[in-house]
Design a protein around this ligand. Structure first.
Ligand code: ADP
Ligand code: MG
Length: 260
């Protein structure tokens, strides 16, 4: 199956005073089309930095990131911005909705930016918002929405262009359990249907059951990868989880042979 994302030995370091902090420290991962991965780990373990690197919003100190086979670092700023708009959908913890546009217009804005603002696009924007449970709020401004509703509009906006890669940083942080499950199930289903790859950062262990794999970070590194066959309750006491490398990281023998 085709690769949507390949990160190779990615490092992001910052100078803090006299010392260097590796926010992301030698992370490699591969996601195939249609895979939905949960990224977990304690606060400060590098999850947001990793997502920002994959989104091309930060440049890695070293290592490479390929999305749909294209190397982000090889692009100029403007090419990367265009590539991101077409191929990467992301929602970060701050939702950044445009305050003077309605919920629907915020989603449609992404269509306009990609020259896809046609009848079909407008229909998809409505469907997506409905799927995420905000059918009755199309014409409402962000400030009239709850935090959870704003978050769902931002998720709809990240998905409207059917991106190759979907990145969501704690997409359920301000949702109650029922809504959170609805959002995560919608994300998982869309990734599978559209053959997009998705990564969701979450602290909520109830949400990881919808993922195809769970990648756990610690101190900027991949601490372990947990496959769906594992009992995910082991995450509460990670020493109980099987630590698996190899193909669970996304590298199958065929991939390795193919890239040699
Ligand atoms: P998480 O999202 O898992 O909580 P982050 O990716 O936000 O973790 O941060 C990982 C580590 O990198 C933390 O120790 C954080 O303090 C550090 N870090 C992140 N961004 C910067 C920055 N711009 N300058 C210095 N240190 C940073
Ligand atoms: Mg974070």
């Amino acid at each position: 199956m085709a690769l949507s994302l390949e990160a190779r030995e990615v490092v992001k370091s910052y100078r803090v005073g006299e010392s260097t902090v590796n926010a992301v420290d030698d992370v490699s991962m591969r996601l195939h089309q249609g895979e939905f991965v949960a990224l977990v780990g304690p606060s400060g373990s590098g999850k947001t930095t990793m997502l920002a690197l994959l989104a091309g919003l930060l440049r890695p100190t070293s290592g490479s990131i390929l999305i749909g086979g294209q190397e982000l670092a090889g692009m100029s700023e403007s090419d990367r911005a265009r590539f991101r708009r077409r191929n990467i959908g992301f929602t970060f913890q701050a939702n950044n909705l445009v305050p003077y546009l309605t919920a629907l217009e915020n989603v449609e804005l992404m269509l306009r930016l990609n020259n896809q603002y046609d009848d079909n696009g407008r229909k998809r924007a409505r469907e997506l918002l409905s799927l995420l449970g905000i059918a009755d709020k199309f014409q409402v401004l962000p400030r009239q929405l709850s935090g959870g509703q704003q978050q769902r509009v931002a998720i709809a906006r990240s998905l409207i262009n059917s991106p190759t890669l979907v990145l969501a940083d704690e997409p359920t942080a301000s949702l109650d359990t029922e809504r959170a499950i609805q959002v995560v199930e919608t994300l998982a289903n869309l990734m599978h249907e559209r053959r997009s790859a998705g990564i969701m950062v979450t602290h909520d262990l109830r949400m990881v059951q919808y993922a195809d794999r769970v990648i756990q970070m610690l101190d900027g590194r991949v601490e372990r990868v947990i496959s769906p066959e594992d009992d995910l309750s082991c995450l509460a006491d990670p020493s109980e989880c099987r630590t698996i490398g190899g193909d669970v990281l996304g590298f199958t023998e065929a991939d390795v042979a193919g890239s040699a």
